[in-house]
Structures are given as structure tokens and as C-alpha cells.
Design a protein around this ligand. Structure first.
Ligand code: BES
Ligand code: MN
Ligand code: ZN
Length: 494
């Protein structure tokens, strides 16, 4: 699937369908492109609106047949809603909606007549929305593949040369962001037997090579030697070896800030000895969605080359019950030297993150952002529309909130007052890995805070948004890829 920009007259474009966006309740023939198209089609758009078949309501669509009035056999209109309420999110949704309906008709190529002064951020958004809406995950199907329909190309058609470089940049950026998000979705959707920690590390290595990132991977022996004690504690119940992945983007020129992104990479979470109930356990193949978001974001960062030193850290392991698994009551020592009493082996994400957050300090970062499918409690508190955000630095959290609004990958702050520190006090060790059962999402963050020392830090609990995310129509029921666009936006706005 290719998205590109072409200079020319849309009336002669050899595409399967033209697409025109129409605002609701406006003199629809006022804007240049709608008028030119309407005139070329002998008033067919005007007729459509006058008959009341199409009002330009957001995401409303209609397909007209052009009967050789223009080169393309179809002209589709998509509603953009009221013009004063139009924003990037509306553009993503409308573009996704029309791209999918045309794909389902069997259309292969789409041309979008575009004014040369179209706001680049709307073109970027439309590119993101259509690519993300068209996403399908069919890797493990062998049947029914002949019925799968796919678009080949979307082309923005601008009539005059002047406006096209900015549009081209916007299309490339939207395309790059969508591909990073789809990488994260592909990884998250992969079942546990198709994406082990070893395979995740190999994938990271490939991404690093293509996107020009440095990549360092610690295997079991190296993790032992370096003292990644809480990651190893979770991994010890599994036949699969753990991996710690460090990706690094180093821009040209020195003396710049460092931002570290950290992802929870549990390739399958059974709960361990504190075994989860069987119902719905298969969803725990997504428990590496934080890692997937970090990898997706690092791919984009390698491609767009910002003026910021960005590190991506991933702690990857399975969480399995076995004769070698950790047990409730066990005490283990983290990378930072602090000891942890394990109360519940199903609170494994915070254990692997403890080592990663300890390791992050070596970069002397200006910010550390971790993403983790950490608690079921965040779904109870906030549902599937936003991640839960907690941290030690309000300015950093404000940056994330702003980036969340722009990308519609939203975050909502929960308190992390010192009063909550009681939750993780242990009689035996420096901390225990669960709280008292109240405020479960905050208890998880309180635990992480103990290991995120020496730098501004924010934790995003993405258990509600990594899959089953509700809201935007370009986000599927399965893995959403949440976090990729958010993280890149934070980096771009730095
Ligand atoms: N991966 C789960 C969290 C999760 C649960 C994500 C449901 C998405 C949907 C995590 O490792 C976990 O098991 N958390 C426990 C923590 C508890 C033992 C303190 C939880 O949420 O029940
Ligand atoms: Mn768990
Ligand atoms: Zn988990």
C-alpha cells in the first residue's frame, strides 16, 4: 500500500475512485474542489445533497458513478462534519471510513483532489487514519485469503506545483507514523508461541538495522552477570530465555537531551504460580504491548531523525508457572540493589520494569517514560479510552497530556502522593510487589517509583488501551498500537 502526492488535474486521474471531503451544512459548492467536481459531474453532488441522501455529517459516505464525466469511474464523498469542529482526529476518522468502504467495494487506487494550501497536519492525519483503518492481521490464516481485499495506492492530487513539497512531507510523516503503529500492532497481535523474547529481540535488531539505530541485546548469561535480578526472577519459571533490548538513536551534533522510553515485554503472562483464571487468558499474548509501542516509536524516530538522543529499553520474558518459578514470599534483588518481596507472581510487569528503570539511570536522562499493560485496575478506573498516567515530574506529564490531545492517544493523570507509599512497604524486604488491593493502578506506579530514581519519570498504564481500545474508528478491536504516535509526538515537541 503506497501513499503519494501527484501534481495534475484530478479530472484526468486514472484512479478507481476519487474522494472528496465535504463539510456539513455549508454551501457545499463553495469550496473550489467540490464545485469543480460537481460541475464536471453535471450537478450530481448538488443533487445528492438536495435529495437529502448526504449531509456531510462526520464519517457519512456516498459513492457516485461518473459515467465518463471524469477519468475515474467513481467519485466518493465523505462527510467531515461541521467545519468549526473539524480537527486532526476528525480527519483520521473520515479518511479511515472512506478508505475502508472503497476497499470493500474492490477499489484498488484512490485519488484525493487536494487544495495546495491544505493544512499539512490534516493531510498527515488523513494519511494516518486511512492506513491505520485499512490494517488487517491475517498472518496465521491459510483459508479465505482470496476474499481479502486490499487497496494498492492513495494519491493526493494537487493542481499546482507550489503546494506539493509541504504536502509530500506531511504524507511521508503520516505514512511513517502509521507504519510504526502497525509494527506495534503486528507484534502485539502475535501469539506467545510466535513471538518469544528471543524473537522479539531479533525483530528489534532488524528494525535497528533498517532504521539506523544502535541495538544491544543482553542474553541470559549477560543478565546474570549484570545483576538484572527482578527480570531474571520472572524469567526463571520459563523454558524460554529472557532478553533485555536497548535501542539507541544518536543524532548528529552533541550536547542534547536524552529521553529514555521503557516497555514492558511480557510475551505471555500466565500469572506464574499465582496463576490467572483460564477464561480470557489468551489475551495475555498482548502483554508486551508496551515493548511493541517502544519498538514502533524507535522505528519512526530512526526514520524522522529528530534533534534528541532517544533510547528505547525493553525487558522481555514470559511469565510461567513451573518447578523453577518464583513463589509468593520469595525475595529477589533488583538491578539497583533494592530487594523485593514477591507477594503475587502475577504482578510481574513491575518486576521486569524495576530492572529496566534502574538501568535507565546510566543514560542520565532528562526524561524516562515507561509504557506497560500493568494492571487490570486501570480498565476499571478509566475504561478503554485513555491510559492512566502517574509520575514524578508535572512538566513531563503536561508534555504527555498535550501530545495525547494532538494524537488522540490520550492520557489521564492519577495521583501519586507519597501517602500511597505505605502500599508497598514490606516486613521482609525493601518493597513488596503488590499493595493492599485498593487503587491497584496507583500501587503499581508506587512500586515503580522506587526504582525510577534520579530522573524525571512518568509511567503510562496502557492495559486498557493496548487492545480492545474504544473510540476511534481507525483502531481495530485487537492490538491498537497505542503509544507509538504519542511517544513520537513527545519527541517531536521536545
Ligand atoms: N498483565 C497484567 C495486567 C492486565 C490485566 C492487563 C488485564 C490487561 C488486562 C498484569 O501483569 C497483572 O496480572 N496485574 C495484576 C496485578 C495484581 C496481581 C496486583 C492485576 O491487574 O490483576
Ligand atoms: Mn501479570
Ligand atoms: Zn502482565
Amino acid at each position: 500500500m503506497d501513499v503519494n502526492v501527484m501534481v495534475g488535474d484530478f479530472k484526468s486521474a486514472a484512479v478507481d475512485a476519487l474522494v472528496i471531503g465535504v463539510f456539513e451544512g455549508e454551501e457545499y459548492t463553495r469550496s473550489g474542489i467540490v464545485r469543480v467536481a460537481d460541475e464536471a459531474l453535471n450537478g450530481a453532488i448538488r443533487r445528492l445533497v438536495e435529495l437529502g441522501d448526504f449531509e456531510g455529517k462526520h464519517k457519512q459516505t456516498a459513492v457516485l458513478y461518473t459515467n465518463d464525466a471524469v477519468a475515474a469511474p467513481r467519485l466518493a464523498v465523505v462527510g467531515l462534519g461541521k467545519s468549526d469542529q473539524f480537527d486532526a482526529e476528525k480527519a483520521r476518522e473520515a479518511a479511515g471510513e472512506i478508505a475502508c468502504s472503497l476497499r470493500d467495494l474492490g477499489v484498488k487506487t484512490i485519488g484525493i483532489p487536494t487544495p495546495s494550501d491544505a493544512p499539512p497536519e490534516m493531510i498527515q492525519a488523513a494519511t494516518e487514519g486511512s492506513l491505520l483503518a485499512l490494517y488487517q492481521f491475517n498472518q496465521h490464516k491459510t483459508e479465505g485469503l482470496y476474499d481479502v481485499k486490499e487497496l494498492d495506492a492513495i494519491t493526493y492530487i494537487v493542481s499546482d506545483q507550489g503546494g506539493s513539497p509541504a504536502l509530500e512531507e506531511a504524507v511521508v510523516l503520516g505514512d511513517t507514523l502509521a507504519r510504526g503503529t502497525m509494527l506495534a500492532r503486528d507484534l502485539s497481535n502475535q501469539p506467545g508461541n510466535k513471538l518469544t523474547p528471543t524473537m522479539l529481540a531479533e525483530k528489534a535488531q532488524q528494525v535497528a538495522e533498517v532504521s539506523g539505530l544502535d541495538c544491544e541485546i543482553f542474553d541470559l548469561a549477560e543478565l546474570k552477570e549484570k545483576g538484572f535480578g527482578t527480570l531474571l526472577a520472572v524469567a526463571q519459571g520459563s523454558e524460554e530465555e529472557p532478553r533485555f533490548i536497548a535501542l539507541e538513536y544518536v543524532p548528529e551534533g552533541g550536547d542534547i537531551d536524552t529521553v529514555v522510553l521503557v516497555g514492558k515485554g511480557i510475551t505471555f503472562d500466565t500469572g506464574g504460580i499465582s496463576l490467572k483464571p483460564g477464561k480470557g487468558m489468551e489475551e495475555m499474548k498482548h502483554d508486551m504491548s508496551g515493548a511493541a509501542a517502544v519498538l514502533g516509536a524507535m522505528q519512526v524516530i530512526g526514520d524522522i531523525k529528530p534533534d534528541l538522543h532517544v533510547v528505547g529499553l525493553i525487558a522481555a520474558t514470559e511469565n510461567m508457572p513451573s518447578g523453577t518459578a518464583i513463589k509468593p514470599g520469595d525475595v529477589v534483588t533488583s538491578y539497583s540493589g533494592k530487594t523485593v518481596e514477591i507477594i503475587n507472581t502475577d504482578a510481574e510487569g513491575r518486576l521486569v520494569l524495576a530492572d529496566a528503570l534502574g538501568y535507565a539511570a546510566r543514560y542520565e536522562p532528562r526524561a524516562v517514560i515507561d509504557l506497560a499493560t500493568l494492571t487490570g485496575a486501570v480498565i476499571v478506573a478509566l475504561g478503554n479510552l485513555t491510559a492512566g498516567m502517574m509520575g514524578t515530574d508535572q512538566e513531563l506529564m503536561d508534555r504527555l497530556r498535550a501530545a495525547g490531545e494532538k494524537t488522540h492517544e490520550r492520557v489521564w493523570q492519577l495521583p501519586l502522593w507519597d501517602d500511597y507509599d505505605e502500599q508497598i512497604k514490606s516486613d521482609t524486604a525493601d518493597a513488596k510487589n503488590v499493595g493492599d488491593g485498593t487503587a491497584g493502578t496507583i500501587a503499581g506506579a508506587v512500586f515503580l517509583k522506587k526504582f525510577a530514581e534520579g530522573y524525571p519519570w512518568v509511567h503510562l498504564d496502557i492495559a486498557g488501551t493496548a487492545w480492545d481500545m474504544k473510540g476511534s474508528s481507525y483502531v481495530p478491536k485487537t492490538a491498537s498500537g497505542y503509544g507509538v504516535r504519542l511517544l513520537v509526538q513527545v519527541v517531536q515537541d521536545w
